[in-house]
Design a protein around this ligand. Structure first.
Ligand code: ZN
Ligand code: ZN
Length: 273
């Protein structure tokens, strides 16, 4: 199953990953994958500690494209990018993943995925201590991702919950939280963007379940939305990490297929493969 699915959300030493692009490609072949996508973080002035440095973007694209040629016939490689809502999109990408990693408010950048303390600071300083106003503001940015980035799918849709399993700061099953998330999901499905089933926080120990959480995954199924499975691997050993949990979650939510990325766009793969 994993070999068929491929993995399309990966990072490398050029941004905040631990393995080179070539090591990622080698690891994909060693695992028997037939498809792999590179998706370095787009350059963004607020996120320079983890994105591709501005002068490394051409290096990333050239290295990725050279590997794509070298592995042709063995591994279908794609040179995509994880496009932050505040970042810059270069020309000629094979695909784009649209992601929100933080909120820019009053000229200050508040990351949603850096630490529980940073999240709490944003809520206290900008939202009067109201976590639901904070999550609403996050989803407002997610709603604009297709317009801002031209993305093909949405990365880690509910990243704003990353630390909530530990913090228990807000109730992820509360209508007050889910309302805006579900509205935004519907808005995005209408624009024909797909959603990632992202297992990255499992490999990094923040969560035991993939993004999006089950109530949102079920909602996506009801809306007729599409899924693509992604590990968000930051090192070669994490390619396809937790895909068994991802497939199980998709099936539990009622999906009978997920998608892979191909040179012709999305292609459905049945979950019974
Ligand atoms: Zn991300
Ligand atoms: Zn990522």
């Amino acid at each position: 199953m994993t070999a068929v699915l491929g993995d399309f959300h990966t990072h490398s030493t050029l941004d905040d990953g631990g393995s080179t692009l070539e090591e990622m490609a080698q690891a994909a072949c060693a695992r028997g994958l037939t498809r792999l996508g590179f998706s370095g973080h787009s350059w963004c002035q607020w996120e320079e500690d983890f994105c591709l440095p501005r002068d490394q973007v051409p290096v990333y694209l050239e290295t990725g494209r050279a590997l794509k040629e070298r592995y042709r016939g063995k591994l279908d490689l794609f040179v995509g990018m994880e496009l932050d809502c505040y970042g810059q999109r270069p020309e000629g990408l094979d695909y784009g993943i649209g992601s929100v990693h933080g909120l820019l408010l009053d000229g200050r950048f508040y990351p949603v995925d850096e630490s529980p303390e940073k999240s709490r600071q944003a809520v206290e300083e900008q939202f009067g201590g109201d976590w639901y106003r904070y999550t609403d503001a996050y989803y407002d940015l997610v709603a604009d991702l297709p317009k801002k980035t031209g993305c093909d799918w949405i990365g880690h849709f509910d990243l704003v919950t990353k630390f909530n399993q530990r913090l228990a700061a807000f109730d992820e099953t509360a209508p007050r939280y889910l309302r805006r998330a579900m509205e935004v999901m519907e808005h995005l499905v209408k624009q024909s963007v797909a959603f990632e089933l992202n297992t990255g926080a499992i490999s990094r120990g923040y969560r035991t379940k993939p993004y999006p959480a089950m109530p949102l995954l079920r909602h996506l199924r009801r809306l007729g939305g599409e899924l693509i499975l992604s590990s968000d691997a930051h090192q070669a050993g994490h390619l396809c990490y937790g895909f068994d949990k991802g497939v199980a979650a998709a099936a539990q939510a009622g999906f009978d297929h997920v998608n892979v990325w191909t040179s012709a766009g999305f292609q459905a793969v049945g979950l019974s493969v």
